[in-house]
Design a protein around this ligand. Structure first.
Ligand SMILES: [Ca+2]
Ligand SMILES: [Ca+2]
Length: 366
């Protein structure tokens, strides 16, 4: 009698386990089949040798009601501009007063730069490349080769008036940018807009999340950052290497976001903590592809895939690709998700996608 009962209960347990296994397999198949990503392995650079210094915790906070000021730039008069996530272009005058300058609307503004003729150029991930002057807003370009430009990320003007700008991803949009990191397939581009012909052309394709762009002091190359490749490239504009590409700096201790030329010809690069420590296995484990599909299916998990809100780091890189200085906030106590660093009059101005202010750090004492 007892042995029959035990045998029945074993059968019941086996049936339950099989049922649960079938359900689990069905869920995994469903998740993989309908997944928005088709993931590749992501190479993560070796741990950084740079000692932490917490210097970004010493910033002065400018503003206080700026919604995620991603990028900053300064015009010839020393007025500082930033584009905020609530659709404003705000500016800080030399006397310390902030002005809500232009309302562009939406939540899709990213990289900005000033022009020699006094306008502001703004990347709008929805509309393309915008020119903003006192008189109003002009859309410069929205298409390349007949395809809508969906994720313009950063822009710089060359001395001949050409605009070089990045498209982070041709597959994913601003609000699910981390899917591009999870997928780790290159969908980024470097584009050029020529104002005299009104033409936009693709210079580089297949970049790993093309982000910050800057031009060298001598105007002989453009640097474009590839965020999840942890590196930046040089694209030569002149000389015998014209049109060629080479690595400018790689194995960066974070994903490079915006980059700015410093007065001495070096570059300041803001680095993102792309893989939080607990989620490094997402990219490294043997079942990485399935884990990535699962994460892509559950938006709450996606937030935890990256550690961008846990840390801030900026580096100063010489023209030979050597890291000369590093400033960080290792636990994001004062600033995290720092996306840009701009040197102006012996100070660094820092934009962030997790702040309501622009950080200001004196360089002489740092
Ligand atoms: Ca910029
Ligand atoms: Ca950016």
């Amino acid at each position: 009698m007892d042995s029959t009962r035990t045998s029945n209960s074993k059968h019941f347990m086996t049936a339950c386990s099989s049922f649960l296994l079938v359900c689990l397999l069905a869920i995994i198949l469903q998740v993989v089949f309908f997944s928005p990503i088709s993931p590749d392995p992501l190479h993560i650079p070796p741990p950084s040798f740079l000692p932490t210094n917490s210097l970004l915790q010493g910033v002065t906070k400018l503003g206080g009601n700026l919604k995620n000021p991603e990028d900053v730039c300064v015009d010839k008069e020393g007025v500082l501009y930033t584009a905020t996530r609530d659709g404003w272009i705000k500016r800080l005058h030399k006397n310390g007063s902030w002005e809500d300058w232009k309302m562009l609307g939406g939540d899709t503004l990213l990289g900005i730069t000033t022009t020699t003729t006094g306008e502001l150029i703004v990347c709008d991930t929805d509309k393309g490349l915008l020119k903003i002057g006192e008189d109003g807003v002009t859309v410069l370009t929205s298409y390349v080769n007949g395809t809508k430009i969906r994720f313009a990320d950063d822009v710089i003007e060359a001395s001949d008036g050409s605009l070089y700008f990045s498209v982070a991803s041709t597959k994913f949009g601003l609000h699910n940018w981390y899917l591009d990191v999870l997928e780790a397939k290159p969908h980024g581009q470097l584009l050029k807009y020529d104002p005299s012909s009104n033409e936009t052309v693709i210079l580089l394709d297949d970049l790993g999340f093309a982000n910050g762009v800057a031009i060298s002091k001598d105007q002989d190359y453009v640097v474009v950052c590839e965020t999840w490749k942890f590196r930046c490239l040089k694209y030569w504009l002149g000389g015998e290497r014209k049109g060629k590409t080479e690595v400018f700096v790689d194995n960066l201790p974070g994903g490079p976001d915006n980059i700015n030329l410093a007065p001495d010809g070096s570059f300041w690069i803001a680095l993102l903590e792309l893989t939080s420590s607990e989620f490094k296995f997402v990219h490294n484990s043997k079942v990485a592809a399935i884990v990535k599909h699962l994460i892509a299916a559950i938006p709450k998990l996606i937030e935890r895939v990256t550690g961008v809100r846990n840390k801030a780091m900026v580096v100063n890189v010489a023209t030979d690709g050597k890291i000369m200085k590093m400033f960080d906030d290792p636990n994001g106590k004062v600033m995290s998700f720092v996306t840009s660093a701009l040197e102006f009059e012996d100070h660094l101005y820092l934009g962030s996608l997790n702040s309501n202010f622009v950080g200001k750090l004196p360089l002489k004492t740092a």
